[in-house]
Design a protein around this ligand. Sequence first.
Ligand code: C2E
Ligand code: MG
Ligand code: MG
Ligand code: MG
Length: 290
Amino acid sequence: LVKTGKKNNYKVFENSIQEQEERKFLIQNSIESSLSNGDFFLVYQPRIDVKTGITSTFEPLLRWRHPSLGLICPDEFIPLAEETGDIVLIGEWVLNESLQTLKHLHLIGNTDIRVSVNVSVKQLYQSTIDQSIKTMLQRYKLPPQALELELTESILISDEQRILDILKNLKSLGVQLSIDDFGTGNSSITYLKKLNMDVIKIDRSFVTGVPKAKENAAITSAMINLIHDLGMKVVCEGIETEEELQYIIDKGSDEIQGFYVSYPLVKKDLFQYLQREAINGPKIQYQSKN
Ligand code: C2E
Ligand code: MG
Ligand code: MG
Ligand code: MG
């Protein structure tokens, strides 16, 4: 607590910490009931293949319509769910829901589309994750290649052998692995290659403002080259402007994602988006200079 000198200010600050604790308590104690009451839902963000200009993959992003707190974002509740262990239940729900949506799309003829699901560290270290993914893929009769798992650099906190074993088990299922928010942690690209990653998603903080933001432009361009030289695929996330898009396409990013192409969409709107795309053709038609 910080003493401000004024008695009132002191009290306000004290209350707000208490309020934060209450909010945390409320959130952590309503996850399970919200899961069974259907208060969680997914929005889906299209990811575009630069070569074809159309959606290759979609990323489910979790939302929670809390009964008393209203809409809560994953950056707030995922860490809290990791603390309680509820992330495992949430993660299973997300995977099941995502694969169901993917199956639905395959059934209506969109058979090339894939899904890329965020997996948190705690969820990854849960010993049965590979078995549960295998079971779900079989349930929906989906090819494992159609599923990508997005991990963050924070997976590297555990001992090396443990993480290698877990990733090997997942790879042997046939699923793809990607590193999300690349550049915000402190792993090296060469190490990620050793970990058998297929895709590196460059964090949006490096893409912001390119090419005018000169440092970002240099970093992004160098990252793309190195990732390619190591044989992995590059996705740039958080593209918001035409300038950013043009730059990272010129630099050879394989795929792109961001508000410039599409905001995350509720399921109905994703289907409509894909339907329009199939009729109207690619939304993006930039020729790379390379
Ligand atoms: P992420 O996986 O890196 O997801 C991208 C985030 O950036 C999403 O925020 C998305 O709405 C936002 N975004 C996409 N394009 C743009 C853009 O052009 N500009 C800006 N400013 N933002 C953009 P969201 O949905 O709030 O998700 C935040 C994070 O929460 C995700 O980051 C992911 O780490 C985590 N998360 C979301 N859903 C799940 C989930 O189902 N499971 C787990 N474990 N984590 C999840
Ligand atoms: Mg992600
Ligand atoms: Mg990301
Ligand atoms: Mg993120």
